[in-house]
Design a binder for this molecule. Structure first.
Ligand SMILES: Nc1ncnc2c1ncn2[C@@H]1O[C@H](COP(=O)(O)OP(=O)(O)OP(=O)(O)O)[C@@H](O)[C@H]1O
Ligand SMILES: [Mg+2]
Length: 238
């Protein structure tokens, strides 16, 4: 569903991603792991169309359509959702208002409001938090839960979560992962993570290892366990 052929990303002449080739298949769960600064977030940005990342790519196809020149908004409309590693705050816009715009008024306001409230309840998000400007004054874990809420209501086809598991408590993580498992049918998940914790709840079909901007290894969920035990250097060099 997402085909990446020869993707290179440079920032100020520095290679951030080098010759990335991978086909993400529909309905599968992928984990992307790798040391700090290896290019994981940059890959997520490149897929979502962040304007700060200039791509050189042979082809970048989403469900058969070339998306390499599309704006982030157009990519989102096609069904690509990126949850940021550090979710931004939006002053003066609450989650309801944001989703209303993002959904192009496809859901009537009352239904949307109800959907937000039910989902927030399931995720353990306080009512007061959804009425506030998005992420303003929210704790790290609360922001991650709000990301999950948006993903669930936007109902995208490809969901990229950049460290959704960082900074969330064990109960919140279970709720987030349960949510993913309950909404897996026909969807593709890319989970960028440093930890196995989330992968115990939502099992990845494949684990990809990025190092120094290169895709150096692809394996199954056992690879993530080996990494946790032995670290990246030993696994990649073995
Ligand atoms: N806009 C930018 N300007 C300059 N350097 C950048 C930019 N974006 C990314 N980089 C550099 O590219 C490399 C990859 O960064 P990236 O954020 O993708 O790493 P990461 O694998 O997500 O790391 P972490 O695990 O710490 O989140 C880093 O060395 C980073 O400093
Ligand atoms: Mg990152």
């Amino acid at each position: 569903m997402l085909q990446i052929k020869n993707l290179n990303v440079k920032v100020d002449k520095k290679d951030i991603l080098v010759k990335i080739n991978f086909n993400f298949e529909k309905g599968k769960v992928y984990a992307i792991m790798g040391p700090n600064g290896s290019g994981k977030s940059s890959l997520a940005y490149a897929i979502a169309g962040h304007p700060g990342y200039k791509l050189e790519v042979e082809s970048l196809k989403f469900e058969g359509n070339d998306i390499s020149d599309l704006s982030p908004e157009k990519r989102a409309k096609l069904g690509i959702f990126l949850s940021f590693q550090s979710p931004l705050s939006l002053s003066g816009v609450n989650v309801f208002q944001l989703l209303r715009i993002a959904l192009d008024k496809k859901i009537d306001p009352l239904t949307l409001k109800k959907k937000i409230e039910t989902t927030a309840k399931k995720l353990g998000i306080k009512k007061e938090l959804i009425e506030r400007s998005l992420n303003e004054g929210a704790s790290g874990g609360e922001k991650k839960k709000l990301e999950m809420l948006q993903a669930s209501i936007l109902d995208p086809k490809l969901l990229i979560f950049d460290e959704i598991d960082t900074g969330v408590d064990i109960d919140a993580l279970r709720k987030i992962a349960n949510f993913m498992n309950d909404n897996k049918d026909g969807k593709t998940y890319i989970l960028i993570t440093h930890y196995n914790r989330i992968l115990h709840y939502i099992r990845p079909d494949k684990v990809l290892i990025l190092m120094d901007g290169k895709l150096v290894k692809v394996g199954n969920s056992k690879l993530a366990e080996k990494i946790e035990k032995n670290g990246y250097e030993r696994i990649v060099n073995s």
